[in-house]
Design a protein around this ligand. Structure first.
Ligand code: C5P
Length: 417
């Protein structure tokens, strides 16, 4: 997708640099266009470095016009986003002025237009500015005004006028791309998870008895890693909290390595706090249910001929914790069972309050824990689907398809309530 990012004069212009980086990360081609005012705050070179394209600043620049002329520029864009949009810019757009590059491109373009106003709170509240916003909305009903946030301002005032955080703006753009299908590459992976923040857990946990001994399980982490890789390729921003595995981190995925269940819960909490809750939480880790009550700091010696009794305590349930704290819109859990697969899966889905349970039979040697293949049932409140034996990569895509369908259903329901 191609986004023409108009940066106008205001202190929030520095946030547009971060916005450029986030969009480029999301696979968007960004052409930055700066007004004279914007260049007093940030240099075009900054945006050039971040976008990988020469920044356009003037209307009648013979060199630039030799390349992509201003009319071509207007036709090139799938979306025009002006962030920050200053009070002056809003007035100029409302009046239809075309005496600079931005004004000309806006008049010549039929692309959707989004404005992210940012200014001092009194300027934003001023009837002149509000009148300009209303005029723009009346003349271009398709124009989206992204309401400024309230809070402390650079000038010391407190009130509405802050540009939303770049991550949030980028997410809106990517979500719009996903929902509208604009600029979707004809060949290459479907980017239907653009704008989604997904936090996953994968692998086993290790519960230490002493520095060299631990309790663990046979999980290889392959299913969770396949899910993380597939979600990233489909456009999601993915963080993978991983127990100890011998797998390479998937490209473009942030991996947070942990060892024990308690570490995993702590890391999941930290990640979820940092990203202000995830869209999806996918719990593919085989978390140990118990840990030794005490863990020795030195290697323990054999005690004569006597046996050894271990005292274990229960680990926290990470999935149930995230679900009950409503830290993700959609939650997906796994049920690794050796018998009565579907009954256990249904009960687990209800007990843990999750949207989807992916159930597999770990007693079969050809699928599950250490294998490259899997066969699973995907259990939701609405239906139960068998995904027949295939590679974990292909199964990952089917699980993501089911999650996307469940998420759409949930969002529709929530939107109509
Ligand atoms: O109860 P059970 O361990 O079978 O539940 C499996 C599901 O719950 C998996 O999704 C697993 O990642 C998650 N789980 C968890 N924390 C635990 C135990 C399981 O998140 N302590």
């Amino acid at each position: 997708m191609r986004v023409l990012l108009g940066v106008t004069g205001g202190i929030a212009a520095y946030k547009a640099a971060e916005l450029t980086r986030e969009l480029v990360r999301g696979g968007v081609e960004v052409q930055v266009l700066m007004t004279g005012g914007a260049q007093s705050f940030v240099t075009p070179l900054t945006f050039q470095a971040l976008s990988g394209r020469a920044v356009r600043t003037t209307l009648l620049d013979p060199d630039a016009e030799m390349g992509m002329g201003h009319i071509e520029l207007a036709r090139w864009a799938d979306l025009i986003l002006i962030a920050p949009a200053s009070a002056n810019t809003l007035a100029r757009i409302a009046a239809g002025l075309a005496d600079d590059l931005l004004g000309t491109v806006l008049l010549a373009s039929e692309a959707p237009l989004w404005l992210a106003p940012a200014m001092n709170q009194a300027m934003w509240r001023n009837p002149m500015t509000q009148n300009n916003v209303r005029a723009i909305q009346a003349l271009r009903p398709d124009c989206q005004i992204i309401e400024p946030d309230s809070g402390e301002q650079a000038c010391g005032d407190v009130g509405p006028g802050r540009m939303p955080e770049p991550e949030e703006l980028a997410r809106r753009v990517l979500t719009w791309q996903r929902d509208s299908g604009v600029g979707r590459p004809e060949n290459g992976p479907v980017r239907d998870l653009l704008g989604l923040r997904i936090v996953l857990t994968a692998g086993p946990t290790r519960e230490r008895l002493d520095p060299v001994r631990y309790l663990s399980n046979d999980s290889s982490g392959k299913m969770g890693y396949a899910l993380a890789a597939a979600a990233q390729q489909r456009g999601a921003q993915v963080t993978l909290v991983s127990g100890p595995v011998s797998l390479a981190p998937p490209a473009g995925v942030e991996v947070v390595p942990v060892e024990s269940a308690c570490d995993m819960l702590e890391a999941v909490r930290t990640v979820l706090q940092r990203v202000d809750g995830a869209d999806w939480f996918v719990s593919a880790a085989a978390v140990a249910d118990y840990r030794p009550q005490t863990s020795a700091t030195q290697k323990q010696k054999k005690q004569g001929d006597a046996g050894l009794t271990l005292s274990l305590v229960q680990n926290p349930d990470i999935l149930a914790t995230v679900t009950s704290a409503r830290q993700a819109r959609l939650t997906v859990g796994f049920a690794a069972e050796t018998e009565n697969l579907l009954e256990h899966a249904r009960a687990k889905r209800q007990r843990k309050g999750v949207d989807l349970i992916v159930a597999n039979n770990v007693s079969r040697p050809d699928i599950g824990f250490n294998s490259d293949e899997n066969e699973v049932w995907i259990v939701s409140a609405a239906d139960e689907t068998l995904v027949s034996r295939q590679s974990k990569t292909a199964v990952a895509d089917k699980i993501l398809d089911a999650a996307l369908a469940a998420d759409r259903l949930k969002r529709n329901i929530e939107e109509t309530v």
